[in-house]
Design a protein. Structure first.
Length: 243
């Protein structure tokens, strides 16, 4: 008679749920869900860098425009305005506004805000912009990302003096963001769309099955080693007992 020592290796993936409401903004052609944070970096009178966190709540005023190739979403709250410009490229071979063929994406992010800190080196109205291709997604799919950021490096005043502030910038950060772009997005349910995940989320989704596969392989090796050790001890002790 002999005893086996069996070790079990388990991998558990736990989803952490957050019941707090997620802000949702909608126009006739754009549906955006998620938390948006804008970190304003500016210079104090002593030349030290300061930061100010700005957010938009679910009560922000939402408006925008809808077009065949270009649409906008504008969020306004507490004297701050965020404008997202969306471009759709239906061409099968050529880029349009930095967007790949048969894709849509955000081509411009503009944030209008005030610097009111009495210790700021330059107070007043600001306009921060970034132009490029962001959140690019195949047509007929929705964008999804657990966390991402875009730097808005171009900071100017409101245009009254044409002043620029190269030492200042705004960081656009999103958490749990999903964007659906296209006609008749109102009433769209989460289960009714196909998601295109950002690169960070794609890496996570790739790591989970690899980790599970590695854990299962390790479990097989452990069980096999335990069996061989047990068998060797049995043979050394004089063989299996016979009934």
């Amino acid at each position: 008679m002999f005893r086996y020592l069996v070790c079990f290796l388990a991998v558990t993936y736990t989803a952490i749920s957050d019941d707090s409401p997620v802000p949702s903004y909608s126009t006739g052609c754009i549906l955006l869900n998620g938390t948006i944070t804008l970190t304003v970096n500016y210079t104090a009178s002593d030349d030290r860098q300061q930061t100010d966190i700005r957010k938009f709540s679910s009560g922000a005023d939402v408006k925008g425009t809808c077009g065949d190739s270009t649409s906008t979403m504008i969020l306004e709250e507490d004297d701050q305005i965020l404008t997202l410009t969306f471009s759709s490229n239906n061409d099968k071979s050529n880029k349009l506004n930095n967007i790949d063929p048969i894709h849509w994406g955000v081509t411009s992010i503009k944030f209008q805000y005030d610097i009111t800190d009495a210790n700021a080196k330059h107070q007043g109205e600001r306009v921060a912009t970034a132009v490029g291709s962001y959140f690019v997604t195949p047509l007929n799919m929705s964008y999804s990302c657990s966390k991402d950021m875009v730097i808005l490096p171009n900071v100017t005043d409101d245009g009254s003096s044409n002043a620029t502030y190269p030492a200042e910038q705004v960081v656009f950060e999103e958490a749990g963001l999903t964007i659906t772009s296209g006609p008749s997005v109102n009433g769209t349910q989460k289960d009714d769309v196909n998601y295109h995940y950002c690169k960070a989320d794609q890496k996570i989704k790739d790591v989970v099955p690899i980790a599970v596969g590695a854990a299962l392989a390790a479990l097989v090796v452990i069980v096999l080693v335990a069996y061989l050790i047990g068998r060797r001890r049995t043979v050394t002790a004089g063989g299996y007992e016979r009934v």
